[in-house]
Design a protein around this ligand. Sequence first.
Ligand code: FAD
Length: 423
Amino acid sequence: MSSHPHSYYAATANSAPAFDVLDGDTTVDVCVIGGGIAGCSTALHLAEKGFRVVLLESQRIGWGASGRSGGQAIVGYACGYGKLIDAVGLDDARRMWQISIDGLDLIKERVARHGIDCDLHWGQMHTAVKPRQREELLVEQRDLQQHFDYPVEFMERDAVQQILATERYCAGLYDVRSGHLHPLNYTLGLAAAAQAAGARICEQSPALQVDHSDPAVVVTARGSIKARFVALCCNAYVEGLEPALRNRIMPVGTYIVATETLGEARITELMRRNAAVSDVNFVLDYFRRSADHRLIFGGRVSYSGLDPFDTARATRKRMLNVFPQLADVRIDYSWGGYVEITMSRAPDFGRMAPNIYYAQGFSGHGMALAGIAGQMIAAAISGQAERFDLFTKLRHRDFPGGPLLRMPSLVLAMLWYRMRDWL
Ligand SMILES: Cc1cc2nc3c(=O)[nH]c(=O)nc-3n(C[C@H](O)[C@H](O)[C@H](O)COP(=O)(O)OP(=O)(O)OC[C@H]3O[C@@H](n4cnc5c(N)ncnc54)[C@H](O)[C@@H]3O)c2cc1C
């Protein structure tokens, strides 16, 4: 049985059953492919509506990005509200904004309803490293209020320093509705809730082929599933299963370290509020406190795949750039995973065929969006597609360069953005 990659989350995972491998042929209403937050949420909502559901996960539940994430559940979209308004107009952008708020409320509701022990806390701050970014945060605060009636608190340098023991940031935007959680335990909790609602969950059962027929047929190594509907929730790990989906997202490697436990007094001195923080650089730093008083710090991206470079050392260096006072602190865990980005950084939802749905490309906002995407797929399958179809209005392009050249082209493009972060 393969296991979750070594990480702080795997080491502190709640006990969860190992689910069976799919063996034999079966017929259901819906086959969900992918056992991250999107897939588990889809399965849970469908099972609650009375559909017969099988979820296939190629490794373990939460093995992908959902079990490795920085865990920051943030309102809005990675592409920014401006691009949404340009793409679909203000009214639909407002509806989409509301959906991202609903994504946060859904986490709150699911955690309470299913008693999911995942260390959920509210409060999140975006921080500015440079004066130019301070101005951008001011504009954002004004626009969020004006366009979406969404209040966030603007903080000057001194106010930020009341919360964070660092001189790195010159301003911040504080949002009380966004928050953070233990992403693996949240995902495991959703899977347990889906199973309790009647969904069948299979691990170690990669879908090898999806026939776009009606009913669809999904083939695994030891069995097959005939299903009226399929939900593809494989995201950055989709690989060859659906090349058309893979071509529209780029798996970007990002890395996290967890320090040794610092004790409550020292972590509170560092971060006075138990809120998540991320800066607004393109190659951003993001961090938060763990339940057992560690600093969980992520940063650095690799557009050329998860490289063998000493990621713990490089990520620790970024951490010390923010908190030099942690120079004496040991790193206990270090891990990485793929974030799935689209060209526009807007999420990519749609149908491969009338009965084959997908949701991918949350571009670093999946903690809040993946769960609500699952709810929207379930609603669409049961005949209420308005919210899901809002997102199909967003046009997505393949990454340029085809399978061979898209990675080098992106590396070059990203170099430009990195240089911009330095200015
Ligand atoms: C290190 C890191 C830090 C991040 N930090 C944040 C953050 O702070 N905030 C935020 O909002 N987002 C963050 N993200 C992104 C976020 O975690 C993802 O957007 C989100 O988890 C996506 O969920 P998902 O269910 O769509 O995909 P995943 O969780 O990746 O799940 C997809 C699953 O599909 C399975 N699969 C793939 N192919 C098949 C197949 N053929 N058959 C069966 N199963 C298959 C995979 O094994 C995988 O388990 C981070 C990601 C990483 C890697």
